[in-house]
Design a protein around this ligand. Structure first.
Ligand code: ADP
Length: 401
């Protein structure tokens, strides 16, 4: 029997998201989520997509990632999709930080594990959880290839001019301080899907990808290769996000420490968790912000305007970086769903060849689609992202025989 299934695991510090795919036709067999691992109120939600059955939920303590993965395996087994199946070809792991070293998806061995571990200082929140997921999955199926797909890999093609901060080179190198970028799996998938929508090969087009979810990042993709992206050493740089500030003057930190008498940890929490849309208006959900704006709420309006202003600055910057732009693609929760964000981001950019057709922009859907007026010089598109499919595709390409 040929093994054609891939299990995709996205392990966070207290959660595991998973999806089981059959790579013969990229169909989803099951997906689910374990939340609040380590707490009394852990929850597992499992959806058996292959059978079209109802979602199942379990609540009650799940002590650690090991217990979480075992619980997932039990749920899958109930649908005849157990992890001991010979049809399972590999497990693909989302790994947030691959540093400069990992430019491609990689079959995990001891040396790879050690390198992911060495990168913990630059990804203290993410890489430890990803490592736990890998170790747990390996213990469950030691015979199976485990593949790491890195969020940073797509951005390793950035030229030094885009990847370096203008700080002392020796100090930067000693501490591996440089711009790595994140959401790479999404930027890779969406830039390729955008080329396909235009009927072109990825090597034939230049695309600005706007991944606007709770986390948000922009990238400039030249002929299929990333040449700049808005996130940097960590996901804090760049666009205004749900709870992250994005770009600020670094001196804001010194000022808050010296004058505001805040600790480094407090400032870290402020900028990562209490800033962005939530810091500006108390909400990070774009639906709620739009609702408040419709009711005349000034703070929500200001938050929206700051969000759009930053987005426009990056669109202009990446237009200049690329020189020629074939398409701008909106993706992720906000990019795929919030027509007012797309409209406002493109407003006034007609002289750059950028515009949206109001009718097309209002249409909702799950498929990649154009929202620019017919005959526009630059295509504007909505291209739903699919990070799980991309991880599964990259994983399967490495292991299939
Ligand atoms: P992440 O993967 O970063 O957690 P998502 O890509 O799922 O985030 O995006 C989540 C965000 O998408 C929500 O916080 C919300 O702001 C936005 N969003 C989701 N659905 C809609 C919608 N129908 N209209 C406007 N915004 C939406």
């Amino acid at each position: 029997m040929t093994a054609t299934r891939v299990l995709v695991l996205n392990s966070g510090s207290s959660s595991v998201k998973y999806q089981l795919l059959d790579m013969r036709d990229s169909s989803r067999l099951a997906n689910g989520l374990v939340e609040r691992i380590g707490e009394q109120s852990s929850r597992l939600k499992h959806t058996p997509l292959a059978t079209g059955g109802e979602s199942r939920e379990r609540t009650g303590p799940i002590a650690d990632h090991d217990a979480a993965l075992k619980a997932v395996a039990e749920e899958l087994a109930k649908d005849g999709l157990g992890l001991d199946s010979p049809e399972l070809a590999a497990i693909g792991h989302r790994v947030v930080h691959g540093g400069k070293h990992f430019t491609q998806p990689t079959v995990i061995d001891g040396a790879v594990l050690a390198e992911i571990e060495r990168l913990i200082p630059v990804a203290p929140l993410h890489n430890p959880a990803n490592l736990t997921g890998i170790r747990t999955a390996t213990a469950l199926r030691p015979d199976l290839p485990q593949v790491a797909v890195f969020d940073t890999a797509f951005h390793t093609t950035m030229p030094e001019a885009a990847a370096r901060y203008a700080i002392d080179v020796e100090t930067a190198d000693a501490h591996r301080v440089r711009r790595y970028g994140f959401h790479g799996t999404s930027h890779a998938y969406v830039s390729r899907a955008t080329a396909k929508l235009l009927g072109k090969a990825p090597e034939e087009v230049n695309v600005i990808v706007l991944h606007l979810g709770n986390g948000a990042s922009a990238s400039a993709v030249e002929k299929g290769r990333c040449v700049d992206t808005s996130m940097g050493l960590t996901p804090l740089e760049g666009l205004v996000m749900g709870t992250r500030s994005g770009d600020t003057d670094p001196a804001v930190i010194f000022h808050l420490a010296r004058v505001g008498e805040m600790s480094i940890d407090e400032i870290d929490t402020l900028l990562n968790k209490k800033s962005g849309l939530v810091g500006l208006c108390g909400d990070n959900d774009m639906r709620e912000i739009r609702r408040r704006i419709d009711e005349g709420d000034e703070r929500a309006k200001l938050a929206f305007d700051i969000y759009i202003h930053r987005l426009k600055k990056y669109i202009g910057a990446y237009y200049a970086v690329l020189g020629h732009v074939d398409a701008v693609a909106f993706t992720a929760g906000v990019g795929e769903n919030a027509a007012p964000v797309r409209e406002a981001a493109m407003a006034g950019l007609g002289s750059l060849g950028l515009a949206v057709d109001d009718g097309l922009n209002a249409v909702r859907g799950d498929e990649p689609r154009l929202i620019s007026p017919a005959g526009a010089r630059v295509a504007v598109a909505v291209v739903p992202t699919d990070e799980e499919l991309e991880i599964a595709t990259q994983t399967y390409a490495l292991v299939k025989r």
